[in-house]
Design a protein around this ligand. Sequence first.
Ligand SMILES: Cc1ncc(COP(=O)(O)O)c(C=O)c1O
Length: 319
Amino acid sequence: MSRFWNKLVATLDPYVPGEQPRIQNLVKLNTNEHPYGPSPKVLAAIAAHTNDSLRLYPDPTALVLRQAIAKRFALTPEHVFVGNGSDEVLGHAFHALLKQDAPVWFPDITYSFYPVYCGLYQIKFRAIPLDDNFKIAVKDYLPGAATGASGGIIFPNPNAPTGCANPLAEVEQIIAANPEIVVVVDEAYVDFGAQTAATLIEKYPNLLVVHTLSKSRSLAGLRVGYALGHPDLIQGLDRVKNSFNSYPLDNLALAGATAAIEDEAYFEARFGWSESEYSYFVIAFQGFYAFGLLSFGGVIDKIGIDAVLADMRARGEKV
Ligand SMILES: Cc1ncc(COP(=O)(O)O)c(C=O)c1O
């Protein structure tokens, strides 16, 4: 506490990032990073851009990266916004789109950064309980489900930390039933067990889908996330971004992220793991988010947890 802080800063309850211990051979479970490194093409692209051109500012519009992302989702670059990790993208979404007169709605067990953004941007929120199976119940997100209107809706699919995914048809029900407010679907873990709502972008102008390169693309250290949505929503995010930091992605992040998005073969191969490899990943998720239990539990059951742990110990990993 300092007498120089303004009143808002004194009231903040900031997010506490997961610890990043520097211990050799540690199997790190706490922040859901990928157990494998990024595509060799990503490393080559970063190396190729590590030169005198770093004296120049990066492209503030990140056009090449936005083009690559747009191509992957059969959209246009005007449908794509990029930021310094999806945390930054989500922060701008709260600021630009979810800050309304009525409270934003999100699940009461969910990504713990959401209430933090609400504190920073002074946004009212309503935390909606999960059902008895720890799932998001669609009926609770329909207009009239609670007293008072909703100013916007945000939820991860799959949800974190529960690991439960809602089928695309249920996600669509929530979006379709709330045409007057923005629905943000945070798909940080979509590649591990859910259907993306990106296919609905052209149908619903109130839908924003947020992705990260930190998890399935093995690039948590590069800090790149993006949002897909109607160009009107993207322009709103751009207005906030350009009132805050015009160059959130540096030259190396732009080069590496573009290579990652373009290397579909490497991405697919990482999801075609052997059973044993897959199991290590399951364990990583079990450690913090209980993901494996819910999404890939069958793989662990098949091999047997003791066999997997013995194998990991034999490889010198501390488990
Ligand atoms: C649900 C969810 N959304 C977003 C993020 C942020 O990811 P990043 O800022 O690394 O893109 C995380 C990180 O763990 C997460 O769990």
